[in-house]
Design a protein around this ligand. Sequence first.
Ligand SMILES: *[C@@H]1O[C@H](CO)[C@@H](O)[C@H](O)[C@H]1NC(C)=O
Ligand SMILES: *[C@@H]1O[C@H](CO)[C@@H](O)[C@H](O)[C@H]1NC(C)=O
Ligand SMILES: *[C@@H]1O[C@H](CO)[C@@H](O)[C@H](O)[C@H]1NC(C)=O
Ligand SMILES: *[C@@H]1O[C@H](CO)[C@@H](O)[C@H](O)[C@H]1NC(C)=O
Ligand SMILES: *[C@@H]1O[C@H](CO)[C@@H](O)[C@H](O)[C@H]1NC(C)=O
Ligand SMILES: *[C@@H]1O[C@H](CO)[C@@H](O)[C@H](O)[C@H]1NC(C)=O
Ligand SMILES: *[C@@H]1O[C@H](CO)[C@@H](O)[C@H](O)[C@H]1NC(C)=O
Length: 467
Amino acid sequence: MRLISDIPVLLYLSYAVLHSFLLHTLAYEVCSNEAGGGEDGICPNGDTCCRRPDNSWGCIASDMGRNTATCCSDDSFTGCPVGYTCRSEEHDCIALNNSKSRFADPLTRVLPRYRLCHANEIRTVHGLLVNASSMKNSTIHAEIPYFSNMGPLERIPANVSSTVDMALIIIHGATRNGDDYFCAAKATLELQDRFSNVLILSLNYYSVSDDRPRHSLLYWNSKDADGQWRYGADSSGPVRYSSFSVLDQVVGQVQRQFANLQRITVAGHSAGGQLTQRWALLSDVPQNGGNYHFQTVVANPSNYAYLSPHRYMNGSWTIPNNINCPDYDKWEWGLQSGGDADVRYRDEALAKNVTAVLERYKTRNVYYLVGGLDRCNVSESEASGWCHSHGLETKCMDMWQGSNRYERNSRYVASLRRLGFGGKHHQRLVIPGVGHDHSMMFQSPNGIHAIYYGVPEGTNVETAESR
Ligand SMILES: *[C@@H]1O[C@H](CO)[C@@H](O)[C@H](O)[C@H]1NC(C)=O
Ligand SMILES: *[C@@H]1O[C@H](CO)[C@@H](O)[C@H](O)[C@H]1NC(C)=O
Ligand SMILES: *[C@@H]1O[C@H](CO)[C@@H](O)[C@H](O)[C@H]1NC(C)=O
Ligand SMILES: *[C@@H]1O[C@H](CO)[C@@H](O)[C@H](O)[C@H]1NC(C)=O
Ligand SMILES: *[C@@H]1O[C@H](CO)[C@@H](O)[C@H](O)[C@H]1NC(C)=O
Ligand SMILES: *[C@@H]1O[C@H](CO)[C@@H](O)[C@H](O)[C@H]1NC(C)=O
Ligand SMILES: *[C@@H]1O[C@H](CO)[C@@H](O)[C@H](O)[C@H]1NC(C)=O
């Protein structure tokens, strides 16, 4: 009712004010009541707020325990998951002995600390207008949802755009927590010293079941609980638009708008890692050839799109008899059509020349990151202790790629090596001591290298741990 009577007044307000007025429905934690939370006082929904030594507020991702993670007060800017305490001298987190928390992982008595993010930008989700000329029906208003550390792209002034030297585009996991991933990406900024002005965009692939802050934001159906956007399916509304077209458009926009970029990184974890790998394979957006380096970071996905029908079974690479698992090599697990959904983007990308697509992928920089402890294959309901798999996918098509994410990663990279994908462009990086956790993956030394510096050929491709 209020909204209706406010409309004449709103008409006189600027777009900016209207925008922020409408966006107040986005949920977030208010860390402090001082001055109504203040600019510095908010965290993504479900995060734990921690006060930092400079009196600002930092956030621990909700995956570390909904509102219950542990702030490390001794040093400063770090925290631990629920069920762990901070150890000052070792600068790590150690599991509480009596903890019944699911975070007290039998695999990980000791964890690296988590770097707090500082997330005053997650009050609003911005929208990039869907490219109308690529739509069948261009009359519908539809937007690609994203979080940004520089506000909406179209309002970044030219004199600021010209100072942006790197863009990091981050893709969330199956729970679609783009705000948390934004936060995790921001925390990596302080861990690098190479770039001075990094644009961070965290995309949000909403489900129809989500409470979207605006009806114009794209959403996907919920036929697949982990999201059909993982493998390029079209959105369900307000228009049909492939999740890969979304990324194509965002990358294209970044390439056009920021003339002095030295680096573009697209990084996804878990379901976001799946999307990133498949997009890097199928997209024809130029990834080489600019004045900048381009790479994709594929962290801890549940499965991969294989490039050949061979799988590692019973100790050797073979084309398996698929009577009991007929879909094992269909899209999204392999290149054949069929699988969980008809994906128009896949059909078009592979229609002309599959060999050319594979040759192109060979020249793309893809870093395959895996947590050295992302080895759990126990579902949450069965798990006692923290060793639950965080939604490991377990259809036969998945199991034929390996029994846990660590094994699937190592086998997938081995399958690429068999096809002649060399170490320069396609590299495997193990993150020691880390399980299925986006913050710790991205904030690890190898994660920082993959995102910001690149990885020289042969670095840590195999470690003692990864064998
Ligand atoms: C847990 O128990 C072990 C062995 O009893 C002990 O050495 C260790 O200090 C305990 N850790 C904590 C955090 O209490
Ligand atoms: C929009 O889509 C058309 C057709 O696919 C393409 O040629 C054009 O470059 C796109 N424009 C933007 C701004 O992405
Ligand atoms: C485009 O969408 C609008 C709004 O839903 C609808 O009225 C119109 O008929 C559609 N046009 C075409 C060509 O499908
Ligand atoms: C960009 O220009 C505006 C208006 O001229 C100015 O206020 C601002 O400080 C400039 N920013 C940068 C980074 O140069
Ligand atoms: C692997 O070995 C098991 C047990 O011997 C057998 O049942 C299965 O069919 C084999 N799988 C393949 C793909 O050969
Ligand atoms: C497909 O692409 C490959 C590699 O670029 C090329 O050698 C081959 O001639 C192409 N085949 C066709 C039918 O265009
Ligand atoms: C879990 O993985 C282990 C190997 O790490 C395997 O032996 C076991 O069968 C797997 N369990 C299930 C339920 O898949």
